[in-house]
Design a binder for this molecule. Structure first.
Ligand SMILES: [Fe+2]
Length: 329
């Protein structure tokens, strides 16, 4: 690997510098991205400066890094806004560019959505969150409808670290794909279901920060509180006239289980809205294939195996089979 712009010896990242991981696929397209780029040479090493802002990476550079197995590159927190501005300015152009592989377009949207959802969730402003989520759901459907999108490719472009914003985006993208395969394939329906999926955990905003952001497993009291989040989410959104009944049922019923052991009501089988049953599958899949503070991610096939073991007890068997088909096609 070559270092350009500054000598490697002089360019070891300042230990105090906060670095933000971003997908390599997002750095070499469109107008030159003028930020310093850092790479990790071994999994436990501190990232070092790879290219300075004066020498922006191009498409060939992205291909070189990708060929070396490098999927993540780092940007300093001071330059992260410049990076997000770049994505904001070019996102629609990237999404419409048929010369870019759909997987690269997934990376752009994923990085942008992550930041937009972070800001919207942290504002704790439901109207702002719904507004931002509407625009992201439209972009998700553009991607899902793009010819050539392979679900496994999309999966490989996501950053599977745990945070609520990333989780919401993953589940929304997966649910749009599963819904389409399930036969709900008109654009309006797909946008509607992916918006509901982006908002499915909005009730967690009403939980105390110590429960909401806790890295360790929850104790019994905290679990009881956590189990109220579907109800809280429903209450927060049910008076809005820009959301429909089906979307509200996703928020309210996404932790119901087909054998009646779920919450908040304990509905079973087809008493549970079909959109909520679809989301239960993708939500469970993402929870296990994403690294959490107290639990490592499992590989895709193990995640699918787990879904099959929960078919007919927690999850709808036919929907699990449909998701398996999406991931293994
Ligand atoms: Fe939830």
């Amino acid at each position: 690997m070559t270092s350009q712009g500054d000598s490697r010896n002089e360019s070891t990242a300042d230990q105090r510098l906060a670095l933000m991981p971003v997908s390599v696929a997002t750095i070499g397209f469109g107008a030159p991205l003028k930020v310093d780029l850092y790479v990790q040479t071994t999994p436990s090493a501190r990232p070092v400066l790879y290219r300075s802002a004066a020498f922006p990476a191009d498409r060939a550079e992205v291909q070189r890094l990708t060929a070396q197995g490098i999927k993540t590159i780092y940007i300093s927190s001071q330059q992260y806004e410049t990076y997000q501005d770049h994505l904001r300015t070019h996102l629609q152009e990237f999404l419409a560019d048929n010369s870019l592989p759909p997987s690269v377009r997934v990376a752009f949207l994923s990085e942008r959505a992550r930041e937009v959802l972070r800001a919207a969730f942290e504002s704790r402003d439901a109207s702002k969150l719904v507004r931002k989520a509407m625009s992201i759901s439209q972009d998700i459907v553009k991607l899902v409808s793009a010819s050539g999108l392979v679900t496994a490719d999309m999966y490989s472009m996501l950053r599977h670290d745990w945070c609520m914003f990333a989780h919401s985006f993953h589940v929304a993208a997966y649910t749009a794909i599963l819904a389409r395969e399930w036969g709900l394939d008109d654009r309006e329906t797909l946008q509607s279901i992916s918006l509901a999926a982006l908002l499915h955990d909005i009730g967690k905003l009403r939980l105390p920060a110590r429960v909401f952001a806790k890295a360790d497993p929850l104790n019994e009291v905290e679990q009881k509180l956590m189990r109220q989040h579907p109800q809280f989410g429903f209450e927060r959104l049910c008076h809005r006239d820009d959301l429909n009944y089906d979307q509200l049922m996703v928020v309210y019923q996404h932790h119901e289980r087909v054998d009646g052991t779920g919450y908040p009501v304990g509905l079973s089988g087809e008493e549970i809205h079909p959109w909520a049953r679809l989301l239960a599958v993708t939500n469970t899949f993402d929870a296990r294939t994403t690294t959490r503070p107290y639990q490592p991610a499992v590989p895709v096939m193990d995640g699918l195996d787990l879904l099959h073991r929960q078919a007919d007890t927690a999850l709808d068997r036919e929907m699990v089979a449909c998701w398996t088909k999406c991931m293994t096609a």
